[in-house]
Design a protein around this ligand. Structure first.
Ligand SMILES: [Zn+2]
Length: 281
């Protein structure tokens, strides 16, 4: 369609001129919690992912058996992480609770003994609502364990806590859920990326990224400077979020299509493939 024809059709030029990203996507922030499993058994979840063009995922669940159930059915591009919570109460005290560390050790041993889902590859998503708790004894011990075992970490924390956690175990790969918890300034993201080469940002719920469906100039510049540091995810933290799974990724595809192809491919799939040693999708 010509520019003139688009104008005549009343279609916005900017959205028509760029096609949505059409390549594979890795969902770097997926929960498969106990309450989601009856309405959305693995076959339903996998069908939604197939329709969204999601070819692999970082999977965690509360409790952890949901992860094993989904990953065993899904295949090797679905990467199991250990959720630190057995129940809702664990959200607020895990960082100082040694029974959580022991649970992690047991799950790691079990995975390595031939679970159908394969060994766990990371820890998280975990939350710290007060950055001081990044110095809690279990938080420190688990960061050191992650470094020692080559586990990745998915953390829902603020910028201060990112710095503290990586201070306990420099060089560990940490995926920063939502790239902040309250829309941390882009300048702070840049500073943390510069200080911590193992830090990556996952983009669900991230404020400021787009405006009217267009990538904002500050995020366009950040993606250009750090194309290798970002991942996208669904964050299916409550069951109703599964109903919106395909539209969430349609939104991602919309703004990824506004980036150079190579940058979009890295953020959608390539960065996760490098991090987890995935096969080409
Ligand atoms: Zn989450």
């Amino acid at each position: 369609m010509s520019r003139r024809a688009l104008l005549l059709a009343g279609l916005p030029l900017a959205t028509q001129a760029q096609a949505a990203y059409a390549g594979p996507i890795f969902d770097a922030h997926l929960h498969y919690n106990d309450d989601a499993q009856a309405p959305h058994p693995p076959a339903d979840v996998l069908a939604r992912m197939a329709r969204a063009g999601v070819r692999g995922a970082l999977v965690n669940s509360r409790p952890n058996d949901g992860t094993l159930r989904l990953v065993a059915e899904a295949g090797p591009q679905w990467v199991p992480f250990i959720r630190l919570y057995r129940n809702r109460a664990d959200y607020t005290g895990w960082f100082a609770d040694d029974s959580i560390r022991r649970m992690v050790l047991e799950l790691l041993a079990k995975g390595n003994e031939g679970s159908p889902a394969g060994p766990f590859r990371g820890l998280g998503e975990f939350h710290l609502y007060d950055s001081a708790n990044a110095d809690g004894p279990t938080a420190v011990a688990l960061m050191k364990l992650a470094r020692e075992r080559g586990l990745k970490v998915l953390a829902h924390v603020d910028g201060v806590a990112v710095h503290k956690l990586l201070g306990h175990a420099p060089g560990t790969s940490l995926i920063w859920a939502h790239t902040g918890i309250s829309g941390e300034p882009v300048e702070q993201v840049r500073e943390l990326f510069a200080k911590h080469p193992g830090l990556r940002g996952e983009l669900s719920y991230r404020p400021g990224l787009t405006h009217d469906g267009r990538i904002t100039p500050e995020w366009r510049a950040l993606f250009a400077a750090h194309a290798g540091r970002f991942l996208v995810g669904s964050d299916t933290w409550v069951t109703p979020r599964w109903q919106h799974y395909e539209s969430l990724f349609a939104d991602y595809r919309g703004w990824l299509g506004q980036l150079p192809d190579e940058v979009a491919q890295r953020i959608a799939w390539g960065n996760a493939a490098g991090l987890f040693g995935l096969k080409p999708a």
